[in-house]
Design a protein around this ligand. Structure first.
Ligand code: PMT
Length: 397
């Protein structure tokens, strides 16, 4: 989503400066090119070397450093930015910007940029509530700056209240939203992700290796592009994406019931979940004890959730995933037809870097009208973006 984008990350002097390190890691992982500008006070909290190492670029600190000016300069920094992001933004920085003051590299670059600016204020709660701060905050919003409200919680100064820098994941999601096209605004998406767990007894279950990364990436990217996203998630170790309504389920039958509750209200369904086809015919009330003889398990069929949705389509676009170990296109085409889908994403889960648990995926897109497209090995965010591009076109038809 951020591939090829240039982001200037301004860090001003507050204890939350350490969170900017994690934010930088998220931005570079998404393949954005990030240039960091630090104020003098920020350098009291975190060293420039940390940011330099993670961004792979020199950190900009001085207005009048001949080397830095020659290489890039504050005007050039400001010009190159697709997004100017400041986290944390102190009361002092907000005050300077609201009043048109520029006395160091960060405030000068901010004044010089025409890129969208996302400010993430963080400070002591009394400072945040202070009448002068609040006036400056309102002025900046009225002037078209994007301000991510701080959250409430325990502050480093010992106080409790508003003023805490939001989680880096949330700042990252907001940055993605500002840089993404808003081409899914008004579109309601229902996405499933992760495995289902079919309980055998109180301590055991049948499941699969799905990590949820693919479905969560689609939810995150769709939300950044303006969609209203409901994510139905099986048990995974991922945090709920910012701006997405996330509903947790465990078994295929629970997923079926939540899907049914939401189906009539949505425009698009994307089933990235790896739903178990079978569940134990009986769930033992107590832990099953071992004995010396063989043990066999009786299984019964779970419903095919996607095929059921396909049978009662009322205009929704239905997208399935097919996880295959052989005959990729033939097997996926059969699923596309049998489940009455508009599009199926076929992943050969035996290919390097594809399928369960990986950060990347290698997929073929098969459409109901017979078209086929092969995508190169991409990050799951990029697969999500490509898939959503195709869905935008299907919605236009
Ligand atoms: O979660 P990750 O670790 O990131 O891995 C991603 C993934 C490999 C899980 C994902 O990309 C993927 O391929 N998901 C679908 C896996 C799967 O269950 O494939 P399938 O061929 O068994 O099912 C085909 C389609 O029918 C799927 O959209 C599935 O959600 C759906 N289905 C399957 C069985 C069932 N009982 N009900 C269903 O709705």
């Amino acid at each position: 989503m951020l591939y090829g984008k240039t982001i200037v990350l301004g860090v001003s002097g507050g204890i939350a400066a350490y969170k900017a390190v994690e934010l930088l890691r998220l931005l570079t992982k998404a393949r954005a090119e990030v240039h960091v500008v630090m104020t003098k006070n920020a350098r009291e909290f975190v060293t420039p070397l940390t940011f330099q190492t993670l961004s792979h670029h020199p950190v900009h600190t001085e207005m009048f450093d001949l080397n830095q000016e020659q290489e890039i300069g504050h005007i050039s920094l400001a010009d190159r930015a697709d997004l100017f992001l400041v986290a944390p933004a102190t009361a002092n920085l907000i005050g300077k910007l609201a009043n048109g003051l520029a006395d160091d590299l960060l405030s000068t670059s901010l004044m010089a940029t025409k890129a969208p600016v996302l400010l993430c204020p963080a400070m002591n709660t009394n400072m945040y509530e202070n009448v002068h701060y609040q006036r400056n905050h309102r002025l900046l919003v009225a002037d078209g700056y994007h301000l991510l409200e701080p959250i409430s919680g325990d502050l480093a100064c010992g106080w409790q209240g508003a003023g805490k820098l939001p989680d880096p994941q949330q700042i990252f999601a907001e940055a993605c939203r500002l840089l993404a096209p808003a081409d899914l605004t008004g579109v309601r998406l229902l996405i499933t992700a992760g495995p289902t767990r079919e309980e055998l007894d109180p301590v055991r279950y049948l499941s699969n290796y799905s990590s949820g990364k693919m479905g969560y990436a689609i939810a995150r990217v769709a939300a950044a592009r303006g969609a209203a996203v409901t994510l139905i998630s099986g048990p995974v170790a991922l945090s709920a994406p910012a701006g997405v309504k996330t509903l947790q389920v465990t078994s295929a039958l629970e997923m079926q019931s939540v899907l049914n509750e939401n189906y009539a209200e949505v425009d698009v369904v994307i089933m990235a979940a790896a739903v178990a086809d079978y569940r134990p015919a009986h769930k033992a009330e107590q832990k099953i004890k071992k004995n010396t003889s063989e043990f066999s398990l009786s299984l019964e069929r779970n419903p095919d959730l996607l095929a059921e949705l396909g049978q009662r389509k009322t205009g929704q676009i239905l997208v399935g995933f097919a996880a295959e170990t052989e005959n990729l296109v033939a097997n996926a085409t059969t699923k596309l037809k049998n489940k009455n889908l508009d599009l199926i994403v076929a992943n050969d889960i035996t290919a390097e870097g594809a399928g369960f648990g990986s950060e990347t995926n290698l997929v073929k897109l098969l459409f109901a009208d017979g078209r086929q497209e092969e995508l190169p090995l991409l990050s799951k965010d990029e697969v999500a973006a490509q898939l959503l591009n195709r869905i935008v076109l299907l919605l236009k038809k």
